[in-house]
Design a protein around this ligand. Sequence first.
Ligand SMILES: *Cc1c(COP(=O)(O)O)cnc(C)c1O
Length: 350
Amino acid sequence: MFRKGQGEDMEKKNLDWANIGFNYIETDERYVSNYKDGAWDEGVMTKDPMVAINECAGVLQYAQTVFEGMKAYTTEDGRTVTFRPDLNAARMADSARRLEMPVFPEDRFIDAVIKTVAANRAYVPPFGSGATLYIRPYMFGSNSVIGVKPSDEYQFRVFVTPVGPYFKGGVKPLTICISDFDRAAPRGTGHIKAGLNYAMSLHAIQTAHRNGFDENMYLDAATRTKVEETGGANFLFVTKDNKVVTPKSDSILPSITRRSLMHVAKEYLGLEVEEREVLFEEVKDFAECGLCGTAAVISPVGKIVDHGREICLPSGMDGMGAVTQKLYDTLTGIQMGRIEAPEGWIVEIS
Ligand SMILES: *Cc1c(COP(=O)(O)O)cnc(C)c1O
């Protein structure tokens, strides 16, 4: 049974929470703010899910758009919370600067996220359902630009959509392949959350799927000897002596989940942690491997295939390795309010 907590008197939508999957479901309200003549307007909540922009808008012609992904949860005691929104705000500011877009002020970003979740509280899945509310802040160049240059006008929006449990029907370790494509150039845009990084990853992921793999492992574009990340998640490895290792590179997107897990490993589980270059040649010696991101927290990897050469992780194909499981349980425990969070990690939406 789902427990009702304080502030949870309102009716939840009658959705089949366990089976909604990861699809866009239109909710009641979204936040919109426009940038014009050098300033952001005060922003409003609107019921209109449609965006009307000129056919020559900068986002449509030159992909001037950045986004964020985060979640709201119902805790065990019935509070609605979000996780480290200050880091999403800061990362979106970095992404915007890299694409010559005006920064949406970080405090206003957090405020817009809170307002949007609060306005759609009926869509925040109940505790215990395994489902969560996915939050998508984003911004794009909205006025017409035909010569290649930054837009003068922008729109910042936040919408939310409930998403089902990631590990529906149990945890199944992934089989991934070394991609023949590169994700990010050295000194390119791999470290920012921009639509352009995803547009060019679609062919690579479809190719991996056609070849029977769940995901791509991208290597560094310059030498193709070092592990970078997948299309949308950072790697964590566990050594045979229980050290937690994550690749360091300027072209990796700094995952908030990965940074949080490294903190949890060190401060909650007392494990040694290392953020350093990871050679692909070392991967065969690791005990566990996982992909970290907001969607799944950690997805275990069971097998890595490099053009026919298989690396089978000792943690196997049946579930999470022991350390991965502890990391997962501790971080989700913090997010669900079961385990005390570090200062500032949990922001309550009242
Ligand atoms: C969003 C994203 C991640 C995961 O970041 P989180 O903040 O943990 O959700 C990892 N890699 C890429 C390329 C991403 O876009």
